[in-house]
Write a protein that binds this ligand. Sequence first.
Ligand SMILES: *[C@@H]1O[C@H](CO)[C@@H](O)[C@H](O)[C@H]1NC(C)=O
Ligand SMILES: *[C@@H]1O[C@H](CO)[C@@H](O)[C@H](O)[C@H]1NC(C)=O
Ligand SMILES: *[C@@H]1O[C@H](CO)[C@@H](O)[C@H](O)[C@H]1NC(C)=O
Ligand SMILES: *[C@@H]1O[C@H](CO)[C@@H](O)[C@H](O)[C@H]1NC(C)=O
Ligand SMILES: *[C@@H]1O[C@H](CO)[C@@H](O)[C@H](O)[C@H]1NC(C)=O
Length: 364
Amino acid sequence: MKKRSTLISGRRFLLLIVALSLIILVAVYYITDIRQTETPVYSCYLDYDSKGSKEEPQQLEDVLFADIKPTPGNSIFFLETKCNCSNHRYSILNFTAHQACAVEAAALHHSSYDVFVLFACPTIRQQNDPILDAMLSYENVQIRSVNLWRFAEGSPIEDWLKKDDLFRTEFLMINISDLLRLLTLYRYGGIYLDEDVIMFQSLEDEVPNFMGAETNTSIGNSVLGLEPDGFGHMVAELLLNDFQRNYLGNVWAHNGPKLLVRMMTRICGTNDVNAMQEDSNICHGIKVFDINAFYEINWTERSRFFHKQFADETLKRLKDSYAMHTWNHIKTNWPFRVGSSSAYMQLVAQHCPRVFAATGKYFT
Ligand SMILES: *[C@@H]1O[C@H](CO)[C@@H](O)[C@H](O)[C@H]1NC(C)=O
Ligand SMILES: *[C@@H]1O[C@H](CO)[C@@H](O)[C@H](O)[C@H]1NC(C)=O
Ligand SMILES: *[C@@H]1O[C@H](CO)[C@@H](O)[C@H](O)[C@H]1NC(C)=O
Ligand SMILES: *[C@@H]1O[C@H](CO)[C@@H](O)[C@H](O)[C@H]1NC(C)=O
Ligand SMILES: *[C@@H]1O[C@H](CO)[C@@H](O)[C@H](O)[C@H]1NC(C)=O
């Protein structure tokens, strides 16, 4: 009796094993199949090989190989890190008026600097694009592409980026902008600006190492200046190392602005952002601008840029500011009618006159 029951359970066990193996086989087949058909996210950041074909449109030049390259410490950088990943060959450069406006305002107020707009994926220009033409009518504006892997060569994150497994995760794609701004300042120094930062006045005569308080406990990373050598360069290196370490450690939400506070706390020996603003000596000369400089209108108040009933009050508050940061909010509000008297429209008319003139009835 006893022997028989062992036999049956043995057979059942065998059946179970066979069934399980089958399920696993099917699952493995599916997963590998999906892997093969689904194009990895990173592929749109790779070079596109046109194989010298004449019909293929010309891509933007790689910033590393172009004749006119950024002059270390004398350049302003904007980054476009969003790619059209459904087209594996290239993205089409299609700047909105507000993006082009940010570039123009930086170029207008910094005539001794070159302004570089770097595209993280292979990008081509459209034939007819009045907004882009207006932006490029400034002699000190250049558009270039970067290949992230080549761009990272010789930097502290070169090896880390080559570990494809890490790179293939979707997270890095989201955070590519945070990474690339640090890498750019590591390579060239100078000033980094977000695409939604409109400059009102020059930073040319300011100290080379600076950032701006966003609240009284946080520092923004939408405007950042570091010198290409010396202490500023060392800070860029520390930031890259910290980025990498915390990415690996999966400390999410830590590589944007929080990275700056963390780093400044180490450098200045205090996490008190007000104390950092008051005395840059405690921060080895890194200047922390007060909230008014770049982030006067904060996230919760952002609609004040766009509604005309707030225009007078908002313009008054921005009177001494270096820039306005519009919190990427434009997408949900646009298009704006040209001629609207919101603070935003009045300011863009003044600080990016050529792009403004190139838009039609609406400022997109
Ligand atoms: C992305 O590329 C695809 C394929 O070429 C194209 O159909 C689509 O319109 C593009 N999308 C954008 C937003 O450029
Ligand atoms: C450019 O973007 C606008 C919206 O931002 C869209 O309407 C237009 O079709 C795009 N053009 C191309 C060529 O992708
Ligand atoms: C910091 O800001 C908070 C609220 O925004 C405020 O209550 C507090 O008094 C501020 N602290 C200093 C030192 O300004
Ligand atoms: C990457 O970006 C996402 C979305 O902005 C954020 O939630 C996440 O914390 C970031 N990861 C790192 C490592 O900074
Ligand atoms: C935004 O600014 C307003 C007015 O200065 C202030 O009352 C509020 O606390 C600020 N919010 C944040 C999140 O800093």
